[in-house]
Design a protein around this ligand. Structure first.
Ligand code: GDP
Length: 447
């Protein structure tokens, strides 16, 4: 397993104690080089990167800030490949995208995520075509995904991939779909049969763009495979899946510099919402451990209904936040995506995200218990838990598999939390919060 670049960068930066001399710079560069190689970045890329950082730092005058600036600029220059612009719509709809990648790379999941992104954020009518007929389970998987995200699917297990694609495209044109995503066959490794099939599908589909889904966890292998796909099929963009894993940065640098193909999106979790547009400057910030406050704000804005948010904030201020609101908030949280992908965006929380690797907000034991406890309460009781007498508490405890003591503890915690929230929502509380956010934003890093 490769080390995460964020972790190694952060530790390299922490180790640099500059006394403004060349010896200190050499040490820092040595540390950086070690981190990059450990993260499976190609040695040629590492060599150039180190030389560039050294040159930039020296010309700015050796110092910690200059070193960080040089690192930031160099990483940005590598990741910024012409065409890093998320999704591009064709002049004449439908925009047809061929989704390619090896088996297990996350291609099918990513196709679903992209459909959700287009449907929810761009308000587009999307059709998915199941052209991965190699693995029959793949069609079934896609069927389940499309049902869940409520996106239309064209599938026909009895046809050939080319036939499915042709029929699907006709359907898309006749029914005025804006975007068609074609899920193609994947194999465990590249072979001639796969490439021949992909070429035939590509020629039948005449796609607007071809996306290649690369698994971040596979390091240099992903880079090699992407190069092959680029040579043989031609690819217009890469979507990096499993970016929430441990391997992160190395492969992003490799794909951008060695394959010279723009990264378009990153997948950062197993949920359908865990897809983000790849923005080089934000990724550089995250790689260097400075988080991505803007990304976090956008993700929140996409999910949160403004009117609802105001109503909730009014309730909090009055100390009236109740269990009904709690259930509703939990539903909203679900839409934000996995906890780990969110934590990675908060400055200084990169380390925490590791600890949260297996923490699943929705399914954590406590949350499931609280949810089942709340569902055993009547609507009136959720608004005012003080209505609960002992016998009601006993029934509720029995209903959700908790003891009465536990029910009492949760009720008390909730009351305390509501009090705290009320306190923080006052004018002074807002000031404290703003000061805290200001400090986070500064991050000690000049933009
Ligand atoms: P395919 O064979 O390329 O179609 O791969 P799948 O879409 O079936 O994905 C393989 C596995 O990777 C599944 O268990 C997915 O849930 C998982 N996966 C896909 N994308 C991501 C991601 O961005 N993060 C994480 N953690 N898992 C992912």
């Amino acid at each position: 397993m490769f080390d995460s670049l964020t972790d190694s960068f952060t530790s390299a930066i922490k180790k640099i104690r500059f006394h403004d001399d060349e010896k200190a710079l050499k040490k820092a560069l040595g540390e950086l080089k070690k981190s990059l190689l450990k993260a499976d970045v190609h040695h040629g890329v590492v060599r150039n990167l180190i030389a560039e950082v050294e040159h930039k730092t020296k010309s700015a005058g050796i110092g910690k800030d200059q070193f960080l600036d040089a690192m930031r600029e160099t990483l940005y220059a590598i990741l910024k490949v012409e065409g890093n612009q998320g999704f591009v719509f064709a002049a004449n709809p439908p925009t047809v995208i061929l989704m390619t990648g090896l088996q297990g790379s996350g291609k099918t999941t990513t196709t679903g995520k992209l459909a959700v992104f287009l449907k929810e954020q761009k308000k587009k009518k999307v059709l998915i075509i199941a052209a991965d007929l190699q693995r029959l389970a793949a069609v079934e998987q896609l069927r389940q995904i499309t049902e869940k995200i409520e996106v239309d699917l064209h599938a026909d297990e009895a046809a050939t991939p080319v036939e499915v694609v042709k029929a699907g495209l006709e359907k898309a044109k006749a029914n005025l779909y804006d975007v068609v995503l074609i899920d193609t066959a994947g194999r465990l490794a590249i072979d001639e049969a796969l490439m021949d099939e992909l070429k035939a599908v590509r020629d039948a589909a005449n796609p607007s763009e071809i996306f290649y889904v690369a698994d971040s966890m596979t390091g240099q292998d992903a880079v090699r495979t992407a190069s092959s796909f680029k040579e043989q099929i031609g690819i217009d963009g890469v979507i990096l899946s499993k970016y929430d894993g441990d391997a992160k940065g190395g492969v992003a640098l490799g794909l951008a510099s060695q394959v010279n193909v723009p990264l378009r999106f990153i997948g950062s979790g197993e949920k359908m919402e865990d897809l983000e547009i790849f923005l080089p400057d934000r990724i550089v910030n995250r790689l260097m451990g400075f988080g991505d406050i803007e990304g976090l704000a956008e993700r929140t804005a996409n999910v949160i209904d403004e009117k609802k948010a105001k109503e909730i904030s009014r309730k909090i201020k009055k100390g009236k936040f109740n269990f009904n609101d709690f259930l509703e908030q939990m539903e909203q949280m679900k839409k934000m995506g996995s906890m780990k992908s969110i934590m990675g965006m908060i400055p200084g929380m990169g380390d925490m995200s590791k600890a949260l690797k297996d923490f699943d907000m929705e399914n954590s034991k406590e949350i499931v218990q609280i949810k089942s406890m709340v569902s055993s309460m009547t609507k009136k009781e959720r608004e005012d838990p003080d209505l609960l007498n002992n016998s009601r508490k006993m029934r509720i405890a029995a209903g959700c598999g908790m003891t009465q003591v536990e029910v009492n503890r949760v009720l008390k915690q909730f009351k305390n939390a509501a009090k705290m929230a009320k306190k923080f929502s006052g004018k002074k509380g807002m000031k404290d919060l703003q000061a805290m956010m200001g400090q986070m934003k500064g991050g000690g890093f000049p933009r």
